[in-house]
Design a protein. Structure first.
Length: 156
């Protein structure tokens, strides 16, 4: 994870993303996702650089970044485990899975494991209700999660 300035490669990638849309600011979510995929989160100084490249104010880009719960504005572990807390997931065992994450990793929602491998986050809805309970692990959707499948995901 880095708060260092954007690299030349990152700047060029953002410029390419902006070149494919009629207005550069329209590439803001793609730019945030790109940088996050390389750094795991968007530090304040990096957000300001991205905003400048897209012709936005830092405040405008921060509004976008903080609206989307898949953009991380503070450091996260190597793997972000996002457990759905919708009513359907709750009814089908979400709380037992959350307790299992806490037991296995020793962390509560919103925390990162001491080894820096996992950050455990709740997420409002993954839209995977027909396969509840569901979770995202580093952006990969998993449904019909059981304690056994959760254990396998944590050890993969």
């Amino acid at each position: 994870m880095s708060t260092a300035e954007l690299t030349l490669e990152e700047r060029e990638a953002i410029a390419q993303l902006a070149a494919h849309v009629p207005v550069p600011r329209a590439a803001c979510i793609d730019a945030l996702n790109y940088v996050q995929s390389r750094r795991r989160y968007i530090a304040d100084n990096v957000l300001a650089e991205i905003a400048a490249l897209l012709g936005m104010s830092t405040a405008e880009l921060d509004e976008v970044a903080t609206f989307y719960n898949l953009i991380f504005r503070r450091p996260v572990g190597e793997k972000a485990l996002m457990l759905c807390d919708s009513i359907t997931c709750w009814m089908l065992g979400r709380d037992a899975l959350a307790a299992r994450v806490t037991e296995k990793l020793g962390i509560q929602p919103g925390e990162t494991s001491t080894d820096g491998k996992f950050t455990f986050l709740p997420i409002v809805c993954l839209g995977h209700c027909d396969h509840a309970p569901a979770l995202l692990l580093n952006g990969e959707l998993h449904g019909d999660v059981t304690p056994a499948t959760l254990d396998a995901l944590l050890h993969a």
